[in-house]
Design a protein around this ligand. Sequence first.
Ligand code: CTP
Ligand code: CA
Length: 226
Amino acid sequence: DQDLLTNQLFAGKKVLVTAGPTREKVDPVRFFSNHSSGKMGFALAEEAARLGADVTLIAGPVQLPTPTNVARIDVESAEEMYQAVNSYYDDQDIVIKAAAVADYRPINTYQEKIKKKTGNLTIEMERTKDILKELGTKKQGQFLVGFAAETTNVLDYGKAKLVSKNLDAIVINDITVEGAGFTTDTNQVWYLNREGKEHLLPLASKRDIARQLLLIIDQEIKDESK
Ligand code: CTP
Ligand code: CA
C-alpha cells in the first residue's frame, strides 16, 4: 500500500510549516485579518508528520485541532509569526509558508476601545515585515516553499514571487477556481520551481494536495543533491 512505501520518507527531516491568518490589533475589541482557514497548512503539517518528519507548525488564530505528532506554536500578529519563524528557521530542512500574513497593520494600537463619533474614521496602516522574503535572504540549505493566492495573472504573479523572494518553489492558489482557496476543504494548485517546472495539481482534498506537494518536494530535494 502507498503508506508502506512512503511511510518514513521524511524520517530525520525537520519541517517547519506556517498556517492560518494573522490578526493585527486596532483596539482591545477589533482587528484586521483575512479569510485564511489554516486548512492547507494544517494538512501539510499532518501529512509531513505521517511521513515521519519532525514537524513544527506555527499557526495564526484558527479553530483547528493540532495534528498528531506535530509541535504547534500559536501566534497572533505578523510580528509574532516573524519572531517564531525566525527562532526555528536555522536547523530546518524544509520550510513551507502557507500562512496568509497581513501585509499591513495599524500604526497605532489603542489601549481603550475606540468610541464612535460623527463622521468618518481613518486608521493609518504600516507595512509588516515580509517574513518569507527575509527567509529567502538568509537561506542556508533549507528548501523554501512559498504560497501565493492570486485572482488574475496567476502564474506570472506566482513566478515573480518565486524569484523576488529567492524561493525554491511556490504553490499558487487561483482563488477564483470553484472549490479552491481559503475556506474550502478542497484545493487546486500550481507548483512552480526555479527551473521552470509547472505542475498542476487538479482539484482534490487539501490532505491529498498536501501529500502530493510533499512527495514532489522530496523528489526535488533528491534531484538537487544528485
Ligand atoms: N508572506 C510573508 N510575510 C508577509 C507577507 C507574505 O511571509 N508579510 C508570505 C506568505 O506566507 C506567502 C507568500 O509570502 O507564502 C506570498 O504571500 P502573498 O500575500 O501571496 O504575496 P505578497 O508578497 O504579500 O504580495 P501581494 O499580497 O501584494 O500579492
Ligand atoms: Ca500579501
